[in-house]
Every structure is written in C-alpha cells, then in structure tokens.
Design a protein around this ligand. Sequence first.
Ligand SMILES: C[S@@+](CC[C@H](N)C(=O)[O-])C[C@H]1O[C@@H](n2cnc3c(N)ncnc32)[C@H](O)[C@@H]1O
Length: 403
Amino acid sequence: MASLHELLTLKTLPVDGTYVAELTRLLKSGIPATYTIEQVAAHEAGQDEADDTGSNTTPLHVLLRSLPDELSEEECQVVLRLMDVLFEFGAGWNFLDYENKSPGDLLVEQGYSCGHPLYERVVEAGVCAELLLRKLNDDIEFIEGPEDEDEEDEETEEPAAAETTADATAEADEKHGAPARDTAEHQDAYLKADLEYTDGSLVTKENKDGVMMDWETDIMRLARDSMFKHCGSGAVVLNIGFGMGIIDTFIQERGPAKHYICEAHPDVLVHMRSEGWYDKPNVVVLEGRWQDSLSALLDEGTVFFDAIYYDTFSEHYSDMLELYDTIVGLIKPEGLFSFFNGLGADRQVCYDVYKRIVELDVRNYGMDCKYTIVPLPQNPDWAGVRRSYFACDRYYHPEIRFA
Ligand SMILES: C[S@@+](CC[C@H](N)C(=O)[O-])C[C@H]1O[C@@H](n2cnc3c(N)ncnc32)[C@H](O)[C@@H]1O
C-alpha cells in the first residue's frame, strides 16, 4: 500500500484537518490521485502495469471504505474537504473497485445516499466530469494516421448515458463471446436484427436484448397522464418508439385528435399493421427513424404537438441532445416533453448524475425539467433477457416544459 492509500485508511481518529494537509502534500509531490491499489500491487510484483482486470481501487475508494462508523458533523466536513482535494487533483467519480463498486455505491451502502453531502459531492463531480468530457469530445479534433481509420467508427461513438457501467458489462460480454456489434449499443445493428414479441416483452431474437418489457407499464401510464395533464380530446400528440404499444394504447384511451407514432424497426411496423394501428382514424404512423421523420415534419412547419414522448432503443444521450434541437421546434409553447428515463439507471449514482445533466441541458432551451420520484420496491424480473437495463429502486419521471 502506498503512503497515499495508507493515509486514507483514516487510522487515527477523529478525522481532522491534518489529513487534508497531508493529502495535499502527497498529491502535490506528484502521486496521482488516480493511483490504484492494483497499480501498487503490480509495482511491488515488479510488473510494469497492473493486470487488465477492469478493477481500479482508487484513493477515493480507500477513503470512502474507511469512514468511521459514526461520522461526526466536523469529520464529515473534513471528509468533504478530502474529497474536494482528490477531485481537484483529478480523482475519478466512476472508477470501479475490486468489488465492482464505484465511490457512490460505497456511500449508498453506508447509508449516505441521495441528499447527503458526501453523496451529492460525488454526483457533482460526475456532472462536471461528464460535461467536460462532452466538451472535449466536441472541441478537440484528433489527428488520425492511416492505421487509425478502421477504428474511426468506434471512437466517434459518443458515450451512452448509462455507459459508465454498461460499457464494462459490454466489454465483459465480448470476452465471453457475445457478438461484437452489440444491438443495444449500435442502432444500425439493432435495426437489422430480427425481433420477437414474447409474453410481456419485446426482445432481439438472437441475443435477447430487452427492447421493451411490461414491468414498465405503470411508468407508461404515468407518462400518458403527464401528456394529457393540460390537454384533452383535442390534443395532438407524438410518441417516438412503439415497442409493445403500451403507451400508445394508453394514449388511445384519451381519444386525442391526432396521435402520431414514429417507429423505425421493420418488424415493429409489421406488428403495428397486423394489430390495426394503421387503420385507426386518429393515428398517423411515421415510418423510419425520428431523425428523418421529425426533421421532415419540422421543415413542413404545419404540425405542432401538445405533448411528445420519447422512448427508443439502442440510442445514446448524444441522440437525445440532437432530439432537443428538433422537439423545441415541434412543441407548442405550453406543450410537454417527456421520455423513458433509463439514463445511467444501471447504477444509482449514474442515474443521479444524468438526472442533473438533463436539467442543465434542457435549461439551454429555456425549458424546465421537473421530476416525479416513483419508488420501485420490486426489482424487475429479467428472466429471458440478456442483461438488465434498470437497477435503481426509484424511477425519476421527467416532465419538461418551457419555463
Ligand atoms: C422501448 S421501445 C418503446 C416502448 C413503448 N414506449 C411502449 O410503451 O411499448 C423502443 C422502440 O423504439 C424504436 N426505435 C428505436 N430507435 C428509433 C428511432 N431512431 N426512431 C424511431 N423509433 C426507434 C424501437 O424499434 C422500439 O420499437
């Protein structure tokens, strides 16, 4: 164990300002704030690099694993300062340690969850880091040699909101022989994959990615209620992504004047036709990706919506950023935008980081995002699907309107 890790095991109590001074001294001396226990072990074993196990137990993990059982208010303030110093020197908010836990997970485990200053400090670091990463990806042009060209596709793919942890899962899957072009990650692969409607779910036939599952039914009802909160049967609404048609069935119960449904997958479109959705007098099916259909609608400039709901599959937060650009031109001034919020939902701390990022991003369009927090006491049943896509015990339902 290096002196940095040793210090952060907080052997001497109470935790006081001397820790902050010593931490600052060590980091200023050049020890990286991301120096992991695994790197120390590799160094001690005479290896150049740590084994690529995906495990990164950072000084921040050591600190948060070493918190005294009873943390006084004064000690909590000191721990916050220690976290500030670590972040200032480049500590990461979302590294996964030897137990596959992020710093946020360790705090939640000890009862320092949403609203507690220690947890909120990690969330704040996460928001800053994600926004900075986006800015760097947007602003920096990388010079590529010819040998880099094959990798271009992969590298320009922006991270999905949930990717901090989903990436690790995908990498592990690849090692175990799952197909390289993941249908949950790459929309072109998804749109070519065969789909299958089963009892209570829609999945990709071959690798059993859950495209939609009926545990989301109550969430869809809640979303429909939001869509019709300020409008009735004269409403003109749009749902992006048909899936199992759960929300569209709920929307039909309210008899809107016009109900647009945008859907891209050919198998889903066949299913919609066979179920009579094309024959409903108030339904307009926009075939194809929203990226194409909605731009056309925007150019026409004749249709404006009271409410828009978005729930697609195999898209990333970068797609949502693009969507904001489009929907602000399609929503009526008093209209509503909402979406299925699975952003970062495979880990509570990532979910909380993206909750904040959405608020910040829509503010750039003069919109406000208000969340209803819905407890999800029961873990959904993931039998029959390759991997879960929601691991939190609460759902943040977003209602976004012009301020
Ligand atoms: C999660 S399901 C939607 C579930 C739906 N909310 C329900 O209540 O059943 C996602 C749907 O979005 C569709 N989709 C994915 N990408 C799309 C895109 N770019 N444009 C339009 N539809 C898309 C998928 O084919 C799939 O039918």
